[in-house]
Design a protein. Structure first.
Length: 425
C-alpha cells in the first residue's frame, strides 16, 4: 500500500512539474509577466479612450442642439421684429394725423407707444445679433472644427490598430496551439494523480484502481493517445525546424510592432481627446453664460422702456380724469319739466336731429341731479336726448328715468352697440 501511495505521489509531482514547464515556456514565448502588465495598461488605456470618446460625442451633440435652438430663436425673433416695426409705424401714423375732434390724448399715447415699440425692436435686433455672433458661431465652429475631428481620427486609428493586434495575438496562439494542447493533457494527468493520491489515503486503492484505471485508459485510447504522440513528434520536429522558428519569430515581431504602435497611438489619442474635452466644456459654458447675460440685459432694457411708457400713459390718463367738469355755476336752472313739450319743440343741438328729433348721447362726465326735474348721469351711460335748450340744458331718458341735465356732459354717438341701447330703456 505504501509503495502504491509513493508512486502515485511521485506521478502527481512529475506531471505538475511538466505542466508548469510547458506553461512557463509558452508564457515566455509571448512576453511572460511583462506581457501581462502591458496588457493591463493597454486595457485601462482603452477604457479611458472609450470614456473620452463618449464624453466628447455627447458634448458635440449638446453644442449642436444649442446652435439649432439659437438659430430657431433668431428666425422667430426676426419675424417678431418685423411685426413690431409694422405696429410702431402704424401707431406713428395715427398719432401724427390726429383725426380726433375732441382732443389729442389718444394721438399722444399712440406716438409714445410708437417710440417705445421702435426702441423695443431695436433692443430685440441687438439681442439676436449677439446670440448669432457670440453664441451660435463659436459653437458651430467647434462642432465642425479640426481639433475635434483630428482627435476622433486618432481614437479610431488606435481602435483599428488594437483590433489588428488582437488578430495577430490570436495568430501567435494558433501557431503555438500544439503546446497548449499538450498543456491541457498534462492538466488532466495532474487531476488524475491527485484523485489517485487521495484514494490511497483512504485505503480504497485496490478496488478503485480496477474501476478508474480502465476508465482513464479508455478516455485517452486510442485516438487521443495517438494524437498526443503525433503532436509531441511535431513539436520535437518543429524545435529544430528553421521554418517553424522563423514563422514564430515573424509573428511575434509583428505583434510587438503592433503593440508599440498601439501604445503610441493610444497616448496621442488620449492626450488629444483630453484637450478637446477640456476645451469643449470650457467653451460651451462660456457661451451659455454669454447667452444668459444677453437675454438678461435685453429684458432689463425692455422693462425700463415699458415702465417709462406706462408712466407717460398713466400720467395722461390721470390728467384727463382730473380735468374739471364743464362749469354749471353760471347756468340758469332747467325749465320746468311741464314746458318740455311746448317751449323747446323746435330747437336742436348744433342744429341737427334725426327724423324724430332724438339721438343717442354717451355720458362723458358724471352729474348728480339737484332737483326732481333733473337726471342723474354716470360716465359711460347712454341717454336718449329728446330736447336741447339754448341755455345749455338737454332733456332725455336714461335707464327708465327722464329729466334735464347739462348738455356738455354728453357726446353724440351715431353708432352704438345693441347691448348699450338696451340699457337705456
Amino acid at each position: 500500500m505504501d509503495t502504491f501511495r509513493k508512486q502515485a505521489t511521485k506521478l502527481r509531482e512529475q506531471v505538475a512539474k511538466q505542466q508548469q514547464a510547458v506553461f512557463k515556456q509558452f508564457a515566455g514565448g509571448l512576453g511572460g509577466s511583462d506581457s501581462n502588465v502591458a496588457d493591463e495598461v493597454e486595457f485601462y488605456q482603452h477604457k479611458k479612450l472609450e470614456k473620452l470618446y463618449i464624453s466628447t460625442r455627447a458634448g458635440k451633440h449638446f453644442q449642436r442642439d444649442i446652435v439649432r435652438g439659437v438659430e430657431g430663436y433668431i428666425v422667430t425673433g426676426s419675424k417678431q421684429l418685423e411685426i413690431g416695426a409694422k405696429l410702431s409705424e402704424d401707431s406713428r401714423k395715427y398719432g401724427a394725423e390726429n383725426t380726433c375732434t375732441t382732443g389729442s390724448t389718444l394721438s399722444k399715447a399712440a406716438l409714445s407707444y410708437s417710440r417705445a415699440c421702435a426702441q423695443i425692436e431695436k433692443e430685440r435686433g441687438n439681442l439676436l445679433k449677439a446670440l448669432g455672433t457670440q453664441v451660435a458661431e463659436p459653437l458651430r465652429a467647434m462642432v465642425v472644427g479640426a481639433p475635434l475631428e483630428d482627435a476622433r481620427h486618432l481614437a479610431q486609428r488606435y481602435d483599428k490598430v488594437r483590433q489588428e493586434a488582437e488578430a495577430q495575438r490570436s495568430n501567435v496562439w494558433c501557431i503555438s496551439s500544439d503546446t497548449v494542447f499538450l498543456a491541457s493533457i498534462f492538466s488532466k494527468l495532474v487531476n488524475f494523480a491527485s484523485i489517485l493520491s487521495s484514494l490511497l489515503k483512504h485505503g480504497t486503492l485496490c478496488c478503485l484502481i480496477i474501476i478508474y484505471l480502465p476508465i482513464f485508459t479508455f478516455r485517452f485510447q486510442p485516438r487521443q493517445v495517438i494524437e498526443v504522440s503525433r503532436r509531441q513528434a511535431k513539436v520535437r520536429e518543429s524545435n529544430g525546424n528553421p521554418e517553424y522558428i522563423l514563422k514564430m519569430e515573424a509573428a511575434e515581431a509583428k505583434l510587438n510592432e503592433l503593440k508599440s504602435n498601439m501604445v503610441t497611438l493610444g497616448k496621442e489619442a488620449a492626450a488629444a481627446m483630453t484637450a478637446v474635452e477640456a476645451q469643449q466644456q470650457r467653451l460651451t459654458l462660456q457661451r451659455l453664460i454669454t447667452m444668459v447675460e444677453a437675454e438678461r440685459n435685453y429684458h432689463q432694457r425692455i422693462l425700463q422702456i415699458l415702465d417709462q411708457l406706462e408712466g407717460e400713459m398713466m400720467s395722461e390718463r390721470q390728467r384727463i380724469e382730473a380735468s374739471p367738469s364743464p362749469a354749471i355755476n353760471n347756468m340758469p336752472p332747467p325749465p320746468p319739466y311741464e314746458e318740455v313739450n311746448g317751449l323747446f319743440a323746435s330747437q336742436t343741438y348744433d342744429g341737427s336731429t334725426d327724423g324724430m328729433g332724438y339721438f343717442l348721447g354717451e355720458v362723458i362726465h358724471s352729474y348728480q341731479a339737484e332737483s326732481d326735474v333733473e337726471l342723474t348721469l354716470s360716465v359711460g351711460d347712454y341717454v336718449v336726448v329728446r330736447k336741447m335748450s339754448s341755455n345749455g340744458w338737454a332733456e332725455g331718458e336714461c335707464k327708465g328715468n327722464a329729466g334735464w341735465f347739462p348738455a356738455g356732459y354728453i357726446e353724440r354717438r351715431d353708432r352704438v352697440l345693441a347691448s348699450k341701447v338696451a340699457e337705456v330703456f
